[in-house]
Ligand binder design. Structure first.
Ligand code: ADP
Ligand code: MG
Length: 697
């Protein structure tokens, strides 16, 4: 499915021509102007939302009010004076009216027709409306929109203040004209609308029909009480937002069900090996881990392939859960593939898997691009013959030459680093295999539900016990010497290790004032950190050098590792308790959070120091401050969504699903939850829709 941005449509009972030019006052010229604003037909016109609402005075006294709320008025007045200059003169035709003591000047700069002014001379009263200009002492209206010369005092107009929609200013299309066109379109279309939101859902969320909503939004009914209008408008808006979310969620759910209805996933029901593996873990699973494991194990036993997104902060123990599921799948006679975005991470998972599965009769292999061609070929052969049970690797796993005997379960770690096509390429290697996508970049729920709406969510919030939260300090560059000295001392006193993170590998003229890993490592090693062991790690090193450095750091042969963001994913060295991030203003919140996750992996107190540059923007300062104030990735994700919008969450941009015409993922998060639940119930029935409820979310 391709959900386009701004997803919303008005559905008609039967085909109806809805061309703009059918409306009075809309000719080809105006049509063109509207089309330039993507308003192609009458339905689109109805979805044009007013920019604001303007109070207009519909009463003589209203002139006083109109002074406070300048704008459009309707009034009556006694004709005091008519000035009708000769037609050759440039002077305007002028009528001065006395509207309850307030003199109003009505002006026509081009006499509309000869003898135009005569009607006012013979009139006693004038009824008029138009835009009031208060720039002079007394109000004037140039070219009143309506006027009526009368010989008797007309009835008083409705004494209420009224509200009038003000639309986006469009060159050459006045608001009056838009209002009239919208009124006409409403008359034709609104009675013929099919409401896609069932009545029972409208009732349960106290939302009206789409017709009612649009009537409110365009002020098509007189307003009884302007003070209540605000609330009514909110309700009307919610109605459109809900429909927008609901429609999207219906499609996502249908896609989700469709894809799996006919599928025959391998039913992995033998949990013996899984239980044994969990027993062998050097720790007890947290409650969240247990609950997610139980849910995933159920998924694995189903004929419908699992499609899960497992979210959990760095270090929350997702991998342990994934390995337990791996054991269930292998114990049930199927192969498992685990894909990671970098060699480093794949290697690390591989090492851990070897250790964990040591006493089991399980064949484990690593498949990355750094193997030789013939080594890769050999692994591929053993995968195809079924000799290997568990393959860990990188993109190399889904290259064409790789085939599996019976691939039952796929784990994609740091899934936001992969595209959908890459995930699909790996899925195609098996017959309806189960899929577990994992991410340590917490994504606000509302966003996850749209961008990844075709996946079920599972969340681990709780951290394993014994972790102390990382203390984070925001410091300026001039404090750097103190920070370095602190690190140096702590390395000597406790033997603990530190990461120094830089945005650049080497200094660059293009981005001055940013610290770089190579240069800083050198100056640290020759200066403030001369008596500790400094290492360096960045993406431009060859694989062998990278691995050497990583294992040296892991073995404690390096005290301080100067690195770029290559350490962002995966590095798991629990003796590293200090992190210094240089030029932190360059990084987004979620990336900073990922980085910080490298420390705080033991019971020792961990710290993270941000050494901010001199010219911090207010935005950056706020971001860094929020970051220092909390360690909770989900909280930060909400802040990040608010500050920078959905686009910066990796992997979201490409989906295009995070953009709405009416809805807002932050403000309307609750409506989205409702819409999602309703849509799932609608498509899957009550029981299945619950599959992601409960604490695991
Ligand atoms: P994630 O993949 O979510 O970042 P990991 O699974 O790599 O987290 O776990 C991070 C660290 O915490 C690992 O060293 C792991 O052994 C350890 N760990 C995981 N679960 C627990 C637990 N329940 N109790 C104690 N330590 C745990
Ligand atoms: Mg991990």
């Amino acid at each position: 499915m391709d959900v386009t941005a701004g997803y919303f449509e008005l559905h008609l009972e039967e085909p109806l021509s809805t061309e703009l030019t059918e409306l009075q006052g809309i000719g080809p010229k105006t049509e063109e102007r509207l089309q330039a604003r993507d308003i192609d037909d009458q339905r689109e016109l109805l979805l044009l939302i007013p920019r604001k609402y303007q109070r207009i005075a519909r009463h003589l006294d209203g002139l006083e009010m109109a002074r406070e709320h300048p704008g459009y008025i309707e009034a009556i007045g006694r004709v005091l004076h008519v000035n009708d200059p000769p037609s050759q003169s440039r002077a305007p035709t002028e009528v001065v009216a006395d509207a309850q003591g307030q003199h109003v000047k009505l002006l026509w700069f081009n006499e509309p027709y000869p003898g135009f002014a005569d009607q006012f001379r013979s009139a006693e009263w004038i009824k008029f409306e138009g835009e009031v200009d208060w720039t002079d002492q007394s109000p004037s209206i140039a070219h009143p929109e309506q006027f009526d010369a009368l010989d008797h005092r007309p009835d008083r107009p409705d004494p209420e203040m009224a509200l009038e929609p003000v639309y986006t200013s469009m060159e050459g299309v006045s608001d009056k004209r838009l209002q009239s066109a919208i009124e006409q379109a409403a008359e034709r279309i609104l009675p013929r609308l099919v409401d896609v939101v069932p009545a029972r859902l409208r009732e349960s969320h106290d939302l009206g029909t789409v017709e009612e909503a649009l009537r409110t939004i365009h002020v098509l009914e007189p307003i009884d009480d302007p003070d209540e209008f605000e609330a009514e408008l909110e309700r009307a808006r919610n109605r459109l937002v809900y429909e927008e979310f609901y429609t999207l969620q219906l499609e996502l759910t249908e896609e989700y069900v469709e894809e799996r209805r006919a599928a025959e996933a391998p039913r992995c029901t033998d949990r013996k090996l899984g239980r044994e593996l969990v027993r062998r873990l050097p720790f007890e699973l947290t409650d969240d881990q247990k609950e997610v494991s139980a849910r995933l194990a159920d998924d694995l036993g189903d004929r419908m392939p699992m499609r899960r997104l497992l979210q959990g902060d760095v270090g929350s123990g997702k991998t342990a859960v994934a390995f337990a599921m791996t054991a269930i799948c292998i114990g049930s006679g199927h192969q498992v593939a685990m894909m990671a975005p970098t060699d480093i991470l794949a290697q690390q998972h591989y090492d851990r898997a070897l250790e964990l599965f040591e006493d089991f009769d399980v064949e484990i292999e690593l498949l990355t691009g750094s193997l030789t061609k013939s080594e890769q070929r050999e692994v591929a052969e053993r995968l195809e013959s079924g000799d290997i049970n568990f393959a860990l690797g990188t993109h190399a796993l889904f290259q064409e030459s790789v085939a599996f005997e019976s691939l039952g379960f796929i784990i994609v770690d740091e899934q936001h680093k992969f595209g959908v096509e890459q995930r699909d390429a790996l899925l195609a290697k098996g017959r309806d295999p189960h899929l577990l996508a994992m991410t340590a970049t917490p994504i606000p729920r509302s966003l996850a539900h749209t961008a990844f709406g075709d996946l079920d969510l599972a969340v681990i919030r709780e951290k394993p016990p014994g972790r102390t939260p990382v203390e984070t300090y925001l410091r300026r560059r001039y404090s750097a010497p103190d920070v370095y000295e602190y690190v140096r001392k702590r390395v000597h006193e406790t033997g603990e290790q530190a990461y120094f993170v830089y945005p650049l590998v080497e200094p660059s003229d293009e981005v001055p004032n940013r610290e770089s890993a190579v240069e800083s490592a050198e100056s640290l090693a020759n200066g403030p950190l001369a008596d500790v062991r400094v290492g360096i790690l960045h993406g431009q090193m060859d694989d062998e050098a990278k691995h050497r450095t990583m294992s040296q750091f892991a073995n404690g042969e390096i005290d301080v590792l100067c690195a770029t963001t290559v350490v962002e994913v995966g590095m798991d060295v629990s003796n590293a308790t200090m992190m210094v991030i240089e030029s932190p203003e360059v990084f987004g919140l979620s990336q900073l959070h990922q980085l910080r996750g490298r420390v705080g992996r033991s019971s020792a107190d961990s710290m993270c120091v941000l050494l901010a540059g001199r010219d911090l923007t207010e935005d950056a300062r706020q971001r860094l401050q929020s970051f220092s104030s909390t360690d909770d990735g989900f909280e930060l994700a909400e802040v990040d969504l608010e500050i920078r919008g959905p686009g910066q969450f990796l992997g979201i941009r490409q989906s295009g699903r995070a953009e709405f015409r009416f809805g807002d993922l932050i403000r309307d998060a609750d409506l989205l939850e409702d819409a999602r639940r309703d849509a799932r119930r609608q498509v899957m029935g009550d029981v299945a829709a619950q599959s992601e409820g409960g604490a695991s979310e």
